[in-house]
Design a protein around this ligand. Structure first.
Ligand code: FAD
Ligand code: MLT
Ligand code: ZN
Length: 481
């Protein structure tokens, strides 16, 4: 715990809470949404990986934009630092306090505001849990354009604030394309209504994009308008084995060409990742007969005509088998089997937690080079750690996980800065989809040049008017100058 936080200092400009503050918050939110209970605070202070822990003494649960506005206006005037929190499933230490920030949790803001069946545009509050939105849309014949393993807990406001990627990005693109509007509250309490529900609107700068992926550093997202695709009837999932990484890569190129518009996911995992889920998650089994496969790929197709999709997929798989790109494979026969295939891929983060410590890297890299890093890392670390690789291959997104019995600074020194330098050298990104958080706040320069960063800093200063209520951990903790 706290290994990252211990490297930063609390900014002395921030005040500490007093009893007047608590009374004020109770006046705005009512007694029961001003939480000081130690057990509840422990949960809010601890991240999903149990790697980062803050020491906040106050958790606020607002029910409306107006309440958030009042909280922020007050915190700003009192110089109290805050941290917005959604489902707290973030993997980079951004969703929990670094020190004693006030936690503003959005979970009570969980209403669907409207859904337009003609356009497929959903407008909802930021605290809606992704899976609940999926269930709601299912009844309307639509789906969410994103899906991720944390769907049962993560919130749409958290997804927007991290610009979450996930399993469907290869088909529906990023949230920068799908989010049509947001409502946000700035540090001074001002509410920005950018909750448009239009596909096209070229009236000047599209400022909502600043809030997509800014991890709560510019404001709190309170409402979201999102374009949802219609639910299509023909969904198929193949679980495949490949003999080497080159075959996975070739298979991707072929899948894009041959499956074209029906391709909806292309995920990979290596054999160490497979061993990990088999050994540490109950009830998970390898969909393929036991054999020495080095790589596994999940290919999902989604189309409107079952016969057409099946024909395309089967022809593609047959050809891939004939030319040796896949060494074995199985098609899910029903929804339960499909869910069990997905469990192998989606259960990986949970399985890693069960083993012990996990150094987690989320990188965008050129697809041809992506697995070279895994091999180099294995050579560097030898027997001291297990290097486990999986990810959204269709998007060039590697999840590189280094698993050790416990956190050890000597191992960390072998991994960093090497992993960031390698990524930067290949013009990749040190955060493909998880964000910077506390973990990578200092490492932004591996992916952004100094002058680009300066503009971002200026924009943040403009929005956060009196330099007091910074919430981004990078600023909350380190900006002492
Ligand atoms: P939190 O974790 O609570 O917060 C994340 C960040 O957003 C923090 O900086 C927080 O301050 C800020 N924030 C939260 N809500 C708001 C708001 N309303 N306004 C302003 N700022 C806010 N991520 C992916 O991209 N792709 C994946 O495939 C994926 N799979 C995952 C699988 C598992 C099992 C787990 C545990 C995590 C996974 N993640 C993935 C990471 C995580 O789920 C996403 O980053 C998710 O979008 C976070 O949503 P959340 O509501 O939990 O946000
Ligand atoms: C995933 O794709 O499984 C998530 O991003 C979580 C992780 O990297 O472990
Ligand atoms: Zn991911």
């Amino acid at each position: 715990f706290g290994s990252a936080a211990s490297k930063v200092q609390r900014n002395p400009l921030f005040s500490t809470l007093n009893s007047d503050d608590i009374s004020y918050f109770k006046g705005v939110l009512g007694e029961k949404n001003v939480i000081q209970d130690e057990d509840k605070l422990m949960i809010a202070n601890t991240d999903w990986m149990r790697k980062y822990r803050g020491s906040s003494k106050l958790l606020l649960q607002p029910r409306s934009t107006e309440e958030i506005s009042q909280i922020l206006r007050y915190c700003n005037s009192r110089c109290l630092a805050v941290v917005p929190q959604g489902g707290n499933t973030g993997l980079v230490g951004g969703s929990v306090p670094v020190f004693d920030e006030v936690v503003i949790n959005l979970s009570l803001m969980n209403n669907v505001i409207s859904f337009d069946k003609v356009s497929g545009i959903l407008v909802c509050e930021a605290g809606c849990i992704l899976e609940n939105l999926m269930t709601y849309l299912d009844t309307q014949g639509f789906i969410m354009p994103l899906d991720l393993g944390a769907k049962g807990s993560c919130q749409i406001g958290g997804n927007v604030s991290t610009n979450a990627g996930g399993l469907r990005l290869v088909r529906y693109g990023s949230l920068h394309g799908n989010v049509l509007g947001v409502e946000v509250v700035l540090a001074n309490g001002d509410v920005l209504d950018m909750l448009g529900a239009l596909r096209k609107d070229n009236t000047g700068y599209d400022l909502k994009h600043l809030f997509i992926g800014s991890e709560g550093s510019l404001g709190i997202v309170t409402k979201v308008s999102i374009l949802t695709p219609p639910q299509l009837s023909a969904v198929n999932l193949a679980f495949l084995a490949c003999k080497d990484y080159y075959s996975c890569q070739k298979l991707l190129v072929e899948a894009k060409r041959k499956l074209g518009e029906i391709l909806s996911a292309f995920e990979f995992l290596d054999n160490l990742a497979m061993d990990l889920v088999l050994n540490h998650l109950e009830g998970v089994r390898n969909p393929l007969p036991p054999s020495m496969h080095d790589f596994y790929v999940l290919i999902e197709t989604t189309g409107s005509d079952e016969a057409h999709s099946k024909e395309k997929l089967e022809a593609f798989l047959l050809h891939a088998m004939e030319v040796g790109l896949i060494s074995d494979g199985v098609l899910a026969q029903d929804i339960n089997q499909a869910l069990s295939f997905w469990r192998v891929r989606e259960g990986l983060s949970e399985a890693l937690l069960k083993v012990g410590a996990c150094y987690k890297y989320d990188l965008s890299l050129p697809i041809e080079k992506l697995y070279n890093l895994v091999q180099e890392m294995r050579e560097r670390l030898g027997a001291s750690a297990k290097v486990i690789a999986y990810g959204h291959l269709g998007d060039g997104n590697l999840h590189l996980n280094i698993s050790t019995p416990q956190y050890d600074d000597k191992i960390l020194a072998q991994i960093e800065p090497f992993v960031y330098e390698w990524t930067s050298m290949h013009r990749g990104s040190i955060s493909a989809e998880h964000g910077l958080g506390l973990m990578k706040a200092n490492e932004i320069f591996y992916s952004k040049s100094t002058n680009v960063f300066s503009i971002a800093r200026e924009m943040q200063n403009n929005l956060d008017t009196d330099l007091c209520t910074y919430w981004n951990m990078e600023v909350r903790a380190k900006r002492l100058s």
